[in-house]
Design a binder for this molecule. Structure first.
Ligand code: SF4
Length: 115
């Protein structure tokens, strides 16, 4: 992992913690899902300068970044608290865990396990 990707991983990890607390949402009980989504956001931030949602297919990622609709937090999340990546889950979701925090070491470990 490059230093830049690592730095963006930290940026997106911290963003995810702050945003979960602010919106009253929780990370998935299966924390490897959280880790893989944060990694996807960090890679997009690294490559395109914006944290484009990693759970969608795009014809042209640069164009989507300019469009901003799917830049995290995306419009469905901001308007209706809908995160189809399962990064931010409402407390009544059957997949929601108890955590709004993910430690750097846990994040890196889960990412490496997913390879
Ligand atoms: Fe972020 Fe929206 Fe993707 Fe969830 S669905 S990770 S809030 S961009």
């Amino acid at each position: 992992m490059s230093e830049s990707t690592y730095n963006n991983l930290e940026v997106m990890r911290k963003f995810s913690e702050v945003y979960a607390k602010r919106t009253g949402t929780f990370f998935c009980s299966e924390i490897s899902i959280t880790a893989v989504v944060i990694e996807g956001l960090a890679k997009h931030k690294d490559q395109y300068g914006s944290a484009l949602c990693p759970c969608r297919h795009y014809e042209d990622k640069s164009k989507e970044v300019m469009n901003s609709y799917w830049n995290c937090p995306c419009v469905p999340m901001r308007e209706r608290k809908e995160c189809h990546c399962m990064l931010f889950l409402n407390p009544d979701s059957e997949f929601a865990g108890q955590n709004q925090v993910i430690e750097s070491t846990v994040l890196l470990q889960k990412i490496s396990e997913s390879k």
